[in-house]
Design a protein around this ligand. Structure first.
Ligand code: CTP
Ligand code: CA
Length: 254
């Protein structure tokens, strides 16, 4: 049946959602960035808040307004800032959804002055270092807290950690018989590597995934097994994902 009003079954649930693309500075005026619009993270935050969750949206650079009822916004810019914000919030959160497009690399040393063109060298080489994997870190830190048996400081939190992965098939072809790895193969490997409780795998190609066009996501658990499929707009995907989160939290669902 069509639910015209979202059930308020997430009242009392604390959720942290990240959105947008991080920017990694090169010098005072330049950065390395990505094309994430923040729309998917915004939709997830809105869907959680509509069901009564207390939501903090940790927003990197976004193209959409973030003034949503029931959502507190914290602004960050770089991957390291995003990591700091999420790590501070996670131990008291029930749900963390990593929708942000986190830069995999940052510049090894940010120049304090504007980088000038050099007359005697034809190009410019940047040295990059890897950023921490925030999602994998959340899962790892939680496992350590669970092991230590330190029940005081919400040691089992966050109980549901969710990631997003945009994948393409290999150049060899996106079919199992094409010989290359499929979107789902890549998604499964990533799910196992990261250990998130839920990983929403989005097949990106000419048809779906970018901008404001419909998505089709397959949701995997930490073992890489398919636990759900959601298609439609970013709002539809967000609501479907929140249903799976609610089921994991042991509340309602529709
Ligand atoms: N992510 C993260 N920290 C990073 C990179 C990614 O928390 N440094 C999160 C993203 O927010 C997303 C998930 O991990 O929820 C998957 O991101 P993705 O870029 O697909 O995975 P990577 O491990 O970076 O692998 P790839 O080499 O395919 O980029
Ligand atoms: Ca990446």
């Amino acid at each position: 049946a069509l639910a015209l009003v979202a059930p308020r079954d997430l009242v009392g649930v604390r959720a942290v959602v990240t959105a947008g693309g991080t920017r990694e500075p090169l010098d005072p005026v330049r950065f390395l960035g990505n094309r994430s619009s923040g729309r998917q993270g915004r939709a997830v935050a809105a869907a959680l808040a509509a069901r009564g969750a207390d939501v903090t949206l940790v927003a990197a650079h976004v193209e959409v307004p973030l003034d949503l009822p029931g959502v507190t916004v914290e602004r960050v810019s770089t991957a390291l800032e995003l990591e700091r914000a999420v790590r501070a919030l996670a131990p008291t959160a029930d749900v963390v959804v990593m929708s942000a497009a986190v830069a995999d690399y940052r510049v090894a040393e940010v120049s304090s002055a504007k980088i000038k063109k050099s007359a005697d060298s034809p190009g410019l080489t940047l040295e990059l270092v890897e950023n921490p994997d925030i999602l994998a870190g959340l899962v790892r830190d939680r496992a350590l807290r669970r092991e230590s048996g330190d029940a005081e400081s919400g040691s089992t939190r966050p109980s549901v950690v969710v990631g997003f992965a945009a994948e393409t098939g290999d150049a060899a072809g996106d079919t199992a018989d094409g010989g290359g790895a499929t979107v789902l193969d890549h998604g499964r490997a990533k799910a196992r590597r990261k250990g998130a409780d839920l990983l929403a795998v989005n097949a990106v190609g000419e048809r779906a995934g970018f901008g404001d066009v419909p998505n089709a996501v397959t949701v995997l658990d930490a073992a890489g097994d398919v636990v759900g499929e959601v298609a439609g707009s970013k709002d539809d995907v967000a609501h479907g994902l929140v249903d799976l989160v609610a089921a994991r939290l042991g509340v309602g669902g529709r």
